[in-house]
Design a protein around this ligand. Sequence first.
Ligand SMILES: Cc1cc2nc3c(=O)[nH]c(=O)nc-3n(C[C@H](O)[C@H](O)[C@H](O)COP(=O)(O)OP(=O)(O)OC[C@H]3O[C@@H](n4cnc5c(N)ncnc54)[C@H](O)[C@@H]3O)c2cc1C
Length: 307
Amino acid sequence: MSSASKKRKSDEEDTPEEEEGRTEKKKSKKDKKKKEKHFWKGWPTKLIRKVTLVNEAEDRLPVHTLTFEIPTPATSSSSTTTSEDKMIPHTSVCMELGDVVKMVIPGYKPKSYSMCRKTDQEFDLTLKVYPDGRASGYLDRLAVGDTVGSFGLRKNKQHNPGAFVGIICFGVGITEGLPVARAQLALEDGTTKVVLLWASRTTADTFWKDSIQQLQEQYPNKFQMVHILSREEKEECLHGRINPQILGQVFRPDDKAQARFVSVGTKEMMKQTDQMLLQLGYTFPQNLLLPKQQEETKEGGKQEEED
Ligand SMILES: Cc1cc2nc3c(=O)[nH]c(=O)nc-3n(C[C@H](O)[C@H](O)[C@H](O)COP(=O)(O)OP(=O)(O)OC[C@H]3O[C@@H](n4cnc5c(N)ncnc54)[C@H](O)[C@@H]3O)c2cc1C
């Protein structure tokens, strides 16, 4: 529209239809804001246990498992709505499909955490505490008995079956990776091999040794666990950082078309891993274990995770 016609338009009186349209718009904006407010609030969720998995040291960040009571409808905030797009109750969180729990950090925002264990009554989050971390620091300071708002978030991923599953976890990314491995091993969907590669700084930064060993004993042929350490040399572990050569060495499917991968780490690490897999001749979304439903990006086939 030319500036002259724009001016003409602004000089004219609004028709009743235009005025009504504006009122409708205002109303839907208000409704949206109202919904968002509820969306950001979550359900009051009580911390019932805290166990330290990795102790803090000069060069090591602490890792804790926080156990929360699953809020029941009776204790849920009545103003919170579950009809919000992807907001779901904790009981519906599907860990093996990458759904997350959003912890509502007061004065900040809801932050994503992987639910690494769930029963009908409680769920676990395993948390690395970063120096000056706004969310991790807040959660770390919660005392047993305190409550924090939280809700489940559907990630709209789907499971793509294939004979070979490769899982790449960076640091605390194992909180999502191990539950995915466990679920994949239990599935009778034709998967013959699940290989989990876990990149850590040192063995002292790792945890869940018993759970990993239990899976190895339960699935001696189907499950393989590989550690790669960047700051320690250990006989049974790879040394260094993940690169295409390491990925090619660790993941050796009989048929590349049957391989399915998932990586868990920071956005940057996941992007780099996607690039490495592409270099190795894998394609997306065919070779992704958990592609997003409908929306896929051109290059990586995987949408960026928000946190
Ligand atoms: C889908 C998803 C699932 C997640 N699941 C978990 C989980 O199960 N357990 C868990 O502990 N975290 C998980 N995270 C990360 C979590 O959401 C927060 O990003 C993390 O706790 C840091 O937030 P913060 O506010 O404490 O740190 P910030 O205040 O954002 O940052 C504080 C400092 O820590 C550094 N930092 C922040 N994040 C990282 C990182 N990932 N690696 C290295 N340095 C970092 C920052 O650079 C900064 O210097 C998940 C993230 C996503 C997207």
